[in-house]
Design a protein around this ligand. Structure first.
Ligand code: GNR
Ligand code: NI
Length: 168
């Protein structure tokens, strides 16, 4: 297993659109396990392949208290079940140290494939719904900072660029 490096905003590679997964082989399974290990090590509740510079449509998440309920979603999509929105103070491992309130559909139906390629569906609400939508956004090159004001986004970009100069 391996800990993978997480890209940070405003890295342009976070803007790439991920391609569907078509091959469910041992190499994919190794990558899924690395993604899970990287998420747990970084203490995140989700991680999308895009964030580790792999531009394939897959993500992992675990919103459980005891960090013992990993989910793997491959080629995920979702349908909004109710029009109601929910607000959450979102953070992102690719935007370290910043949290902003984002409003998203509260209840969704997620369709995806598991690590063997079998279809799966799940209904999500609350933090699971928020997290799935946040991760699917990554696969489409979007970040939670795209939902906040341009002024706040620019401030965050400048602070992170300064930090990145110090550490690379
Ligand atoms: O760890 C994470 N916490 C979080 C909190 C609120 C809304 C979304 C998230 S996802 C984030 C991990 C991450 O960056 N996933 O892409
Ligand atoms: Ni994120």
């Amino acid at each position: 297993m391996a800990i993978l490096q997480i890209l940070e905003f405003p890295d342009p590679r976070l803007r790439k659109i991920a391609a569907p997964v078509t091959v469910f082989d041992a190499e994919l399974h190794v990558f899924i396990d690395d993604l899970l290990e990287t998420m747990y090590e970084a203490e995140g509740i989700g991680l999308a392949a895009t964030q580790v510079n792999v531009h394939k449509r897959l993500l992992v998440l675990d919103v459980s208290e005891n960090k013992d309920s990993p989910h793997v979603l491959i080629n995920p999509s979702f349908e909004v079940i109710e029009d109601e929105l929910t607000e959450y103070d979102e953070g992102c491992l690719s935007v370290p140290g910043f949290y902003e309130t984002v409003s998203r559909p509260k209840t969704i139906k997620v369709s995806a494939q598991n690590r063997s390629g079998a279809s799966l569906e799940l209904n999500a609400e609350g933090i699971l719904s928020t997290c799935v939508q946040h991760e699917i956004d990554h696969l489409d090159g979007k970040l939670f900072v795209d939902y906040i004001s341009a002024l706040k986004r620019t401030r965050i970009r400048h602070k992170l660029e300064k930090d990145q100069k110090k550490t690379t």
